[in-house]
Design a protein around this ligand. Structure first.
Ligand code: HXC
Length: 277
């Protein structure tokens, strides 16, 4: 084996439509928390491009309504997206989102639990309420959406994808609330996988690395350090929304019908590299 440094080769992200059939989710329905922005909006956009109708959940009704229109326009294939505003911390809001989705589409096949809060703060500076807030949005919010949607997902023998992270693999400074919450979501997903598997319901997680152009990346990547961050990742680039969307399409597709209770890490092996990210 050579110990010379290679000339970097960058494997580009490709849209899911280059790989998967455009009608694989025709007639199916996705419900997604956090779908109004960032990584989750990209996941919804891609599911719609493959024929799925969608309902998105977020706290800010105006932003959510605008996002649902943008998503329909971007899909451009007649699929629909409705906004169901709500706070994932409130089970009654999640019940209402499920009710509206059923009233509009009559079924729910896929659920993405993606609503998350995060900020950089040291353990010492963090207040108890700040820590609790992130557990409630990320972990309790995931449970609430699971709980509210379960009867419908059982009927359709559908699947869950929970958006986690790799923070908890090593412990990353200043992100203890999100790190703890994401670790807990991965164990919750395993419980769902084993308890609901006999009903034909699957549950998996996608753990993204830093995905460029998202609010999360903007908050967590120091300005001007994007090239340096990319150079610290073995695959020599930050993640792209297509990377997460492709994993989502695969996990919800029948090609993944025996994949249950696992975590698909989509980070270019950034977690294995001794850099700062
Ligand atoms: C320290 C903070 C803080 C900050 C809020 N708090 N922001 N503490 N540093 N930057 C504290 C507040 O002081 C308060 O505690 C408590 O948290 C609750 O704050 P509120 O603003 O009242 O809560 P709320 O309106 O519910 O919203 C909180 C929030 C939001 C969800 C954290 O402010 C936020 O940051 N939203 C961003 C969402 C986001 O970026 N999502 C993408 C996540 S990316 P006190 O004690 O004062 O009452 C992601 C991926 C992770 O999750 C992995 C990446 C690699």
């Amino acid at each position: 084996m050579s110990d010379e440094a290679p000339d970097p080769v960058v494997l580009r992200a490709v849209p899911s439509t280059n790989v998967f059939r455009s009608d694989i989710f025709a007639g199916k329905v996705l419900l997604c928390s956090g779908g109004g922005s960032g990584i989750c909006k990209g996941m919804v956009a891609t599911m719609m491009k493959h024929g799925c109708n969608a309902a998105i959940i977020g706290r800010k009704a105006d932003r959510l309504n605008a996002a649902s229109k943008e998503l329909e326009k971007e899909a451009g294939n007649g699929t629909k997206c409705i906004a169901t505003p709500g706070d994932v911390r409130k089970i009654e809001d999640m019940n209402e989102s499920v009710k509206k989705t059923i009233a509009e589409f009559g079924r729910i096949d896929f659920v993405i639990c993606g609503a998350a809060g995060n900020f950089l703060a040291s353990l010492e500076s963090l207040s108890s309420n700040a820590f609790k807030t992130i557990q409630e949005i990320d972990l309790l919010g995931t449970y609430n959406l699971f709980k509210a949607s379960l009867d419908e997902v059982k009927k359709s023998h559908g699947a869950y994808v929970h958006v986690t992270a790799t923070l908890h693999h090593t412990g990353i400074p200043w992100q203890s609330p999100a790190s703890a919450a994401k670790a807990a979501i991965e164990t919750l997903s395993q419980s769902i996988a084993v308890e609901m598997g006999p009903w034909g319901v699957r549950s998996n997680c996608i753990a993204p690395g830093i995905i460029k152009g998202t609010e999360g990346a903007d908050r967590l990547t120091p300005k001007g350090a994007e090239d340096y961050v990319a150079s610290q990742i073995p695959l020599q680039r930050q993640g792209d929304l297509h990377d997460i969307a492709n994993a989502t399409v695969f996990l919800f597709s029948e090609a993944a019908s025996y994949i249950n209770g696992t975590v698909v890490i989509v980070d270019g092996a950034a977690r294995n590299f001794p850099g700062p990210f």
